[in-house]
Ligand binder design. Structure first.
Ligand SMILES: Nc1ncnc2c1ncn2[C@@H]1O[C@H](COP(=O)(O)OP(=O)(O)OP(=O)(O)O)[C@@H](O)[C@H]1O
Length: 598
């Protein structure tokens, strides 16, 4: 990953690391040289011989400092290059996995962990490797220098690193387990923070006076996290202290051994001076080496986690199998389709049978929770039926390459997305493969009643539709709905599914939409979900869903005559009034928005 993300900075870093390591070894030799020169000069009162080694030492020190500064910035840049590449892979999976994953809290935990931890880990492994390699090269130089004084000293310094290695491996495991355990808590904390900082939430939080209450929930969550963090930190500190103490003990023993060697006259003063510096430097290099190992081990655990996440995308991205969905159809059949949402035992659809014929405008009605949106999702190929099948002219859609099926469907949900993009872009995202030609965008906007809305904005269609960024403006709910409809028309697919397309439209806009719908659709098949019977009655056919099954279907007149569920709902909507209204209000009952009167 690092190699392919930033070859040049990586190579420069490796070279700098190697040179710094060599410089470190040379520094010990230079010190020894300086000491010998100074001791010799002391006898002859002539310090000239010390100038060259001092200059060398200064030069090496300067080089190490400059290389360190360069490495710092290069590492930062390389880290960012690698993170960008990892982000791209993670986002590709996040946008490619089956929608069912988004029903699972575990998926969100995993995604969150990957976003906050794993994206930077590949680079950390490299950093660990680099510092290990650097430490190894430096250790060889320093080790040779020290071994020339006493091989036992070298062995002792290496042994000094072992306690750290053992405890740091344990620390890595603790860190990973802590991260996994705390992810749900941290997500809750982020959610509560979002409620208090989000633009959408701001008005309701104020209107309901929720600020204080949300803060106390936030504090409670934070407290529980801090409590866990305290315990975790104590455990890590104990381990770390044990490791450091173990290493320090061995180092102390090493220095005592050196003193013993000096006292016995086994090494001279210059050699002893160099040995002390070498021991100090080597000990920190050995520690660095083992810290690198720990970093790799710890990152490795997160990388396994990242790998598991990236693997999720494999099935979705591999869905290149299957035949291409046809670009038109005569009949779509839903045959005894059953479906329950992932993690739910209750069936949202329990044996749905229906038919959509090319060019028809079909309305889907039913009470809240009867399964209308769920059916729309299945028809759009966003979920697979648990049983039964959906066919296009007899061919089961599960045999189509999923992306090719979605290509042929334009679906707009109730909770469509309000992109913080320009008006043009908000419409053209309906089909990004197509060039967003102003004529096409404008035609779609006109069909949806959004043209005049966008034209009235300061920069027309090119106005940014969001207050999140400088220069943006926001639209009203109904104006946004028109933009979402324009997006759906821009998509230009043979099957158009609209989930409550006019719920936020004013009567004039709603009238305009439905009176021109047939013309706008221009032969395409439409299935629209609606609770407003005034819009439903003009449909070629109305399908009534009840508790996940088709209760009845027919034209408006047929269904009213059948006097079933549809007729019930229709009558209720026609005669809904606020109970206990005064005589004046009662007088208009039955005339306000009463489709039966039309
Ligand atoms: N993501 C989900 N996970 C689990 N159950 C869900 C999910 N979405 C909907 N349901 C359940 O599936 C059933 C059908 O929901 P659906 O959204 O299809 O109803 P609907 O007819 O579109 O309702 P409405 O008129 O309120 O929009 C409901 O019982 C609902 O609780």
């Amino acid at each position: 990953m690092v190699w392919s993300s930033g070859r040049r900075p990586f190579v420069i870093l490796v070279v700098l690391q190697a040179l710094s390591a060599v410089a470190l070894g040379l520094q010990v030799l230079a010190v020894q040289w300086v000491l010998s020169a100074v001791l010799a000069a002391d006898e002859r009162a002539d310090f000239e011989g010390a100038v060259a080694p001092v200059l060398l030492l200064a030069g090496l020190t300067a080089f190490t400092a400059v290389a360190g500064a360069l490495q710092g910035q290069l590492q930062r840049f390389l880290g960012e290059l690698v993170a960008r590449r990892m982000w791209t892979r993670v986002l590709r999976v996040a946008t490619g996995v089956d929608l069912a994953h988004f029903e699972s809290p575990e998926f969100y935990d995993h995604l969150n962990r990957v976003q906050t931890n794993a994206v930077t880990r590949p680079y950390q492994v490299t950093q660990g490797l680099l510092s290990m390699a650097g430490a190894a090269v430096a250790s060889v130089g320093l080790g040779l220098a020290l071994a020339s004084v006493s091989p036992v000293l070298l062995a002792l310094v290496v042994v000094g690193g072992i306690p750290l290695l053992v405890t740091s491996r344990r620390e890595s495991r603790l860190e990973f387990d802590f991260s996994v355990g705390q992810t749900p808590v941290l997500r809750q904390r982020s959610y509560l923070a979002l409620l208090q900082t989000g633009r959408e939430e701001a008005k309701e939080v104020r209107a309901f006076g929720l600020g204080e209450w949300l803060r106390s929930r936030f504090d409670a969550i934070y407290d529980s996290y801090l409590h866990a963090l305290r315990r975790h930190a104590v455990r890590r500190t104990i381990l770390s202290v044990l490791g450091q103490l173990g290493s320090a003990l061995v180092l102390g023993g090493t220095l005592l051994f050196l003193v013993w060697l000096i006292s016995r006259g086994a090494i001279g003063v210059a050699g002893a001076g160099a040995a002390i510096i070498a021991i100090r430097m080597l000990a920190s290099q050995v520690q660095g080496l083992f810290r690198g190992v720990q970093q790799i081990f710890e990152s490795g655990l997160f990388l396994d986690d990242l790998d598991a996440f990236l693997d999720l995308g494999v099935p979705a991205l591999e869905q290149t199998r299957g035949s291409e969905a046809p670009t038109s159809f005569d009949t779509i059949r839903v045959e005894d389709v059953r479906f329950a949402y992932p993690g739910s035992t209750a069936e949202a659809l329990c044996g749905v049978d229906l038919e959509l014929r090319a060019g028809e405008i079909v309305a889907l009605v039913g009470e809240n929770g009867s399964g209308k949106t769920t059916l729309a999702k299945l028809l759009a190929g966003l979920y697979q039926p648990a049983a039964g099948r959906i066919t296009w002219d007899g061919a089961d859609i599960s045999g189509f390459r999923p992306a090719s099926l979605r290509d042929q469907v334009s679906v707009t949900f109730q909770d469509f997305v309000r992109y913080a993009f320009t008006g043009t872009e908000n419409i053209a995202v309906g089909r990004v493969e197509l060039p967003a030609s102003p004529e096409r965008v404008r035609a779609s906007a006109r069909a949806a009643g959004a043209e005049s809305v966008l034209d009235a904005l300061p920069e027309g269609f090119e106005t940014l539709l969001s207050r999140l960024f400088v220069g943006g403006i926001d639209l009203s709910g109904g104006q946004w709905q028109r933009v979402a409809l324009a997006r759906s028309f821009f998509r230009d697919a043979p099957l158009v599914i609209l989930d409550e397309p006019s719920s936020a439209l004013d009567p004039r806009a709603e009238h305009a939409l439905f009176s021109t719908l047939r013309e706008v659709l221009d032969g395409r098949t439409a299935l629209f979900i609606s609770h407003r019977f005034s819009t439903v009655r003009g449909a070629d056919r109305i399908i009534v869903l009840d508790s996940g099954t088709v209760a009845e279907q027919g034209t408006h007149a047929e269904l009213v005559a059948a006097d079933g569920l549809y007729a019930d709902l229709y009558k209720l909507q026609s005669h809904t009034d606020i109970a206990g209204a005064g005589a004046g209000a009662g007088a208009v009952t039955g005339t306000t928005g009463n489709p039966a009167d039309g």
